[in-house]
Design a binder for this molecule. Structure first.
Ligand code: HEM
Length: 148
């Protein structure tokens, strides 16, 4: 039997189900209160989107693989193609995620090295999700990045 014992995954070290539930819940409370981001979410009820992000992050950091059992390969850039994500949207997403992480750390604590790993990943992933030039730039009128 290869692989890491469950207690050695970053998921478990960060605080497991409780940590990711709190992080994503705080994040979606921020999205719900943000008119720009809220308008991008197609469903009236944000709970299913909250669950998908929680399950994705859980799986990414070594927790249960329910996300892929339900949704298949993440293909996150492709799944974000229907949404126009420019630098501004990315920054708003990251601002809400930073605030959610700060709140969750106050509530539950988090090892600083794990916090750094998690935050670097989130920043990199958010940058990778940008698929549109700013609406107010000349390029924004004509140019879209191709999906990778
Ligand atoms: C950069 C700014 C971002 C914006 C504006 C954005 C916006 C959205 C929107 C509107 C949805 C559809 C809601 C739903 O039906 O689930 C979505 C889905 C999702 N997003 Fe993002 N997102 C961003 C970045 C990210 C990042 C960085 C991650 C991962 C670290 C991520 C992970 C997901 C996941 C897992 C889903 C559900 C995919 C599925 O299974 O259908 N998003 N996002």
């Amino acid at each position: 039997m290869g692989g890491m014992a469950p207690e050695t995954t970053p998921y478990a070290q960060m605080g497991g189900a409780e940590f990711f539930a709190a992080l994503v819940h705080h994040f979606y409370a921020g999205v719900a209160a943000d008119p720009v981001l809220r308008a991008m979410y197609p469903e009236e009820d944000l709970a299913p989107a909250e669950r998908r992000l929680r399950l994705f992050l859980t799986q990414y950091w070594g927790g249960p693989t329910t996300y892929s059992e339900e949704r298949g390969h993440p293909r996150l850039r492709m799944r974000h193609n229907p949404f126009v994500i420019d630098d501004h949207a990315r920054d708003r997403w990251l601002d809400h995620m930073r605030a959610a992480l700060d709140t969750t750390m106050v509530e539950q604590g988090l090892d600083p090295a794990l916090e750094q790993q998690l935050w670097s990943y989130l920043v990199g992933a958010a940058i990778a999700m940008v698929n549109a030039a700013p609406a107010d730039s000349p390029a924004g009128l004509t140019m879209h990045q191709e999906p990778q």
